[in-house]
Design a protein around this ligand. Sequence first.
Ligand code: GH3
Ligand code: MG
Ligand code: MG
Ligand code: MG
Ligand code: MG
Length: 293
Amino acid sequence: METNVLIADDSAVVRKILKDHLEASGYHVLVARDGQEALDLYHRNDIHILITDLEMPRMDGLELCWLIRAEDDQHRTFCILMTADDDIQRRIEAFDAGADEFLTKPIDMPMLRARVRAGERITRTHRVMAEMLNTDYLTGVLNRRRFMERLEQDYRLARDDGSPFSIALFDIDHFKAINDTHGHSNGDLALKRFAETCAAHVPPGGFVGRMGGEEFCMVLPAGDVESAIAKAEEVRLATSNLMVTTAEGVPFSFTVSIGMCPAQGTESVADLLARADESLYFAKNSGRNRTVV
Ligand code: GH3
Ligand code: MG
Ligand code: MG
Ligand code: MG
Ligand code: MG
């Protein structure tokens, strides 16, 4: 995986020297002339390491660090601020603004490379930890903790600007029988294949999480209720067409029941989940392998 380095400096000479130098060391480098341009690039790219000048027009390096740190709650970006040698007070401010390191101008190139390598180690570790914190180990979809966090966030945004928002709760039918017939590890295999099926059908802006056991939830934003139902139905049909082969070479298939809840815009996340769960209960009781809204 390539490491993306963003350099922000209002001096064209500094930008060029640092860029050429880091590119020669194998980094993918983006450059910005001021803090605002850097922030825009940060929003459009996955930046591992930011190296920013202090004094810049439009937005200075302190404000840039401060804004990135406020957004980057999992510390995916390592921030290096460039300061003058004697500027102790500014260095203190830089750390308080969220900078992780500083580099003294004029930049010593071996020191620059060493700082960037140290930053790489730290950002990689943070990213691995964030991955473990956010994803379900077996299936790779969001775990319940992260799913609920995103659900709260995205539903609040949708509610604020009145855009449609639906959730679909999935529960695999007679899953216990799969475990009983084919063994627990083949049950795990079915869970993985089902999660892949969900992920393949998740709409733009949507996401899927494992709520626990053989229960998954998908967020279907933006489109109207009919298109959300159509999406859920796609997952249901794709699941019923899925053929899983056990480690022993025995093929089996399964179905899923779905309870949906299109948001009215007034209820809480807990209400949405409770209503989806009620619909799921009806789907189970009316014969399974169906979607109930
Ligand atoms: P229904 O159609 O009513 O949903 O029936 P069901 O058998 O799917 O539902 P039930 O809740 O009775 O059984 C769920 C089973 O899922 C029980 C549990 O042992 C199994 N299970 C939960 N987590 C895992 C897992 O991570 N791996 C495997 N293989 N099985 C799991
Ligand atoms: Mg400057
Ligand atoms: Mg269940
Ligand atoms: Mg059950
Ligand atoms: Mg079940």
